[in-house]
Every structure is written in structure tokens, then in C-alpha cells.
Ligand binder design. Structure first.
Ligand code: KG4
Ligand code: ZN
Length: 368
């Protein structure tokens, strides 16, 4: 199965055997093209995909040690994402499938992230993973564009439990990185700064001996399985730059004899932000597991599943609750085409290897 991924700023192609064994996984990151804008510029991204995709596909096929004659289908992430970017991948996938007389299948990029923990690097025995024992599983996606939880009956049968009502977790990481003046994409940089300064982390919501409090955890409502990270991001902004004051509120504060609230250091903010962000995800996972005790495993995917603190929280949580955990290898956390091929394989298996028809196209939104 050839997988193609162009939904955002990674141009990727992969060849996967049997839906799980990754024979090649080629990714061309565009970080250098977008760094000066501190975010992905859609037009630059789609042009770069158009230039890079075919050489990347060729490389994926040759690194897999196969030829086009060995391929049995083409899968492409056709939703959600930046429309100009998705269209490049979809056009290429359809053209290749048409030319090679293969079925083509469009898959949901966000759902495909959940297969990342099931992928096996080439050479690993397929039998080493008894996948059926994992289901039903609780699925967590934490990426730059999405943060959501699902109950998964299989990789293709998902019931959405909740998702972010504002910023995605990766987006909040990137924005906090920008506040702190770290380079784009900032998530991994905030992670590194936080990990090196765990001793400075303020416990979320707690009031320190000095009267200074940690960052907030957004519960939203007692039963809610949704996420919110914009309040946490704003708290980090105010901690770094100071709380905005009107002339009136400043006068009042000065009349009370109170000093200006102290600014936190970048290290303290990174460590405290990471502590609060991970605790928020843990709290929502706990809530979801209370509600769905039938879940036997936790499946995780998306760029933030590379986060050091999130990974150790997930290990602790699943041990505590006696759950199996499928943490993706680092190579499969960020956007990649191996997960697209895996998901395409599962969709085709379910349909008796019947592909989409040629009207299949890109859509910027996801179904769920
Ligand atoms: O899944 P992904 O590659 O793209 C989307 O589908 O959105 O995720 C990218 C996101 C970015 O926001 C990036 O900053 C974040 O994942 N990220 C991290 C880490 N590595 C990547 N966030 C926190 N800690 C990390 N180690
Ligand atoms: Zn993604």
C-alpha cells in the first residue's frame, strides 16, 4: 500500500505491507519555509507539496525495495487540512492509482493518527501484536490542529467523546513558544525547556507559599469530555508579559499598596505550562475511562504524543489502571504517510478492497 500525506506542512509518502509493517516512511518537513512567519503559510505549503511530492513518492517506493507493480492500492489523507495542500496529494494519488490500475482510498488524517501506535518498523513480526485484544480502546489525538478522544471499536469504527472547544494542544504549545520567543515549531522546544526545569514547575491551580498560583486546568463542566487550552495559553502570556492593567485598575492597585505582579521566567513558564497541560489531558482521560470502563487499551497519536511529559503520564496512567498502551514510535507521532497507508488498508479491508470512485476529492473539514 502506498500512502500519501500532504494535509499541512509535511510532504510524506510511505509503503506499508499488510497495513502495519512500514517498509519506508519518507517525510520532507517544510519547517524552514514557514519559520520566519512563525506558522504555516497555506500557499507556500501547497506549492512546496507540488514541487516535492513526486520525488518523495519515488523515494518511498525505492527505499521500500519494491516497484510500482508490487503496489496493491494507494491511500491519501484527503481530510481535514489546508485545502490547497490536500488537493496536491489527492490529485497525485488519483493519477497514480489510475495509471497503475489500482484502487484509491481517501482517509481521515486525524483518525489515521490513531493507527500510529500500531505501526511496526520493517522486519518486526506482524504476529508480535495481537491487535484484537486492544479493543474497545480509548483513543486520544493530540496534534497541532486537533485534540480529541474516541472510543474505538476498531481503527475505522470510532465514537467521538469530545474535543477541544478552542485551541488544540499542539497549537497552545506553539503559541506559548512564540510568547517565549522560541523558534517555530515551538512544541518540542517548550518540551525541552520544561523537561530541563521540572524543579521550577508550579503545581497547577495550587497557591505557592509566596502566594503565587500555578496555571489553571480547564475542566469546562463536571462531566465534560471536551478540552480547552486557550485559558492556559493566556495565563502563560500574562505570566510572561504581565497582566494588562487599565489606568483605573493600576490606580486601585497602587492605592492598595500592592506591587505589580511579578513576571515569571521562561523556564518557569515552560515547566508550569507543561505540568498543567499534561494534567489537563490526564484528568479528561480519567473521566473518559470512568465513563467507559470497557476500554482495554489507550491508543495515542498526533504530534504532541512525542511530548516527554505526556508520554510518561500515559505510561503511569495505563499501569495504574491495568490498561494496554500503544505509544507511537517517535517517527510516527508527527504527520507521516505510514499512518495514512495503515488507515487506508483498514478501510479497504472493511469494504472488500473496493476503492473510492474517481470523484473522491479533498475536504478541509473532518466528519467527526
Ligand atoms: O500531528 P502533527 O504533526 O500535525 C498536525 O496534524 O497538527 O502535530 C504537530 C504539532 C505541533 O503543534 C508541534 O508543536 C507539536 O505537534 N509537537 C509537540 C512536540 N512535538 C511536536 N508538542 C509538544 N511537545 C513535543 N515534544
Ligand atoms: Zn496530524
Amino acid at each position: 500500500m502506498l500512502g500519501i500525506e500532504t494535509s499541512c506542512d509535511e510532504t510524506a509518502a510511505a509503503v506499508v505491507r499488510g497495513g502495519r509493517e512500514v517498509l519506508s516512511n519518507v517525510i520532507a518537513s517544510q519547517d524552514d519555509l514557514h519559520a520566519e512567519y512563525r506558522g504555516v503559510v497555506p500557499e507556500i505549503a501547497s506549492r512546496a507539496h507540488a514541487e516535492r511530492l513526486l520525488p518523495i513518492v519515488r523515494r518511498a517506493i525505492s527505499e521500500a525495495g519494491v516497484s510500482t507493480a508490487d503496489l496493491s492500492a494507494v491511500a491519501v489523507g484527503n481530510r481535514p487540512g489546508l485545502i490547497g495542500c490536500l488537493l496536491v496529494g489527492v490529485a497525485a494519488a488519483k493519477a497514480l492509482a489510475w495509471g497503475l490500475e489500482l484502487p484509491v482510498v481517501g482517509v481521515d488524517h486525524v483518525h489515521a493518527h490513531l493507527t500510529a501506535g500500531l505501526l511496526l518498523s520493517a522486519g518486526t513480526k506482524l504476529e508480535s501484536l495481537d491487535e484484537s485484544s486492544l479493543y474497545p480502546a480509548l483513543g486520544l489525538i493530540v496534534s497541532g490542529g486537533h485534540t480529541s478522544m474516541y472510543v474505538c471499536e476498531t481503527t475505522t469504527r470510532l465514537r467521538r467523546l469530545g474535543g477541544t472547544i478552542d485551541d488544540a494542544l499542539g497549537e497552545a504549545y506553539d503559541k506559548v513558544a512564540a510568547i517565549l520567543g522560541l523558534e517555530f515549531p515551538g512544541g518540542p522546544r517548550v518540551d525541552r525547556l520544561a523537561a530541563a526545569n521540572t524543579h521550577l514547575a508550579r503545581e497547577p491551580e495550587s497557591q505557592g507559599a509566596d502566594g503565587r498560583s500555578g496555571f489553571p486546568i480547564a475542566r469546562i463542566a463536571p462531566e465534560s469530555l471536551d478540552f480547552s487550552f486557550s485559558g492556559l495559553k493566556t495565563a502563560a502570556l500574562y505570566a510572561y508579559r504581565g497582566v494588562p492593567e487599565t489606568a483605573r485598575s493600576r490606580m486601585k492597585r497602587e492605592a492598595r499598596g500592592e506591587p505589580e505582579p511579578e513576571r515569571w521566567s521562561a523556564e518557569e513558564i515552560a515547566a508550569s505550562f507543561q505540568r498543567a497541560a499534561v494534567r489537563t489531558v490526564e484528568l479528561k482521560l480519567e473521566r473518559a475511562l470512568e465513563r467507559h470502563p470497557e476500554c482495554r487499551a489507550v491508543l495515542v497519536g498526533g504530534g504532541v504524543s512525542a511530548n516527554s511529559a505526556l508520554r510518561s503520564m500515559l505510561v503511569d496512567l495505563s499501569q495504574r489502571r491495568g490498561l494496554m498502551l500503544r505509544l507511537p514510535e517517535m517517527a510516527y507521532c508527527l504527520d507521516n504517510a505510514a499512518m495514512i497507508a495503515a488507515m487506508g488498508h483498514d478501510v479497504l479491508m472493511e469494504r472488500g478492497w473496493r476503492g473510492d470512485d474517481w470523484t473522491m476529492t479533498a475536504t478541509p473539514t473532518t466528519g467527526s
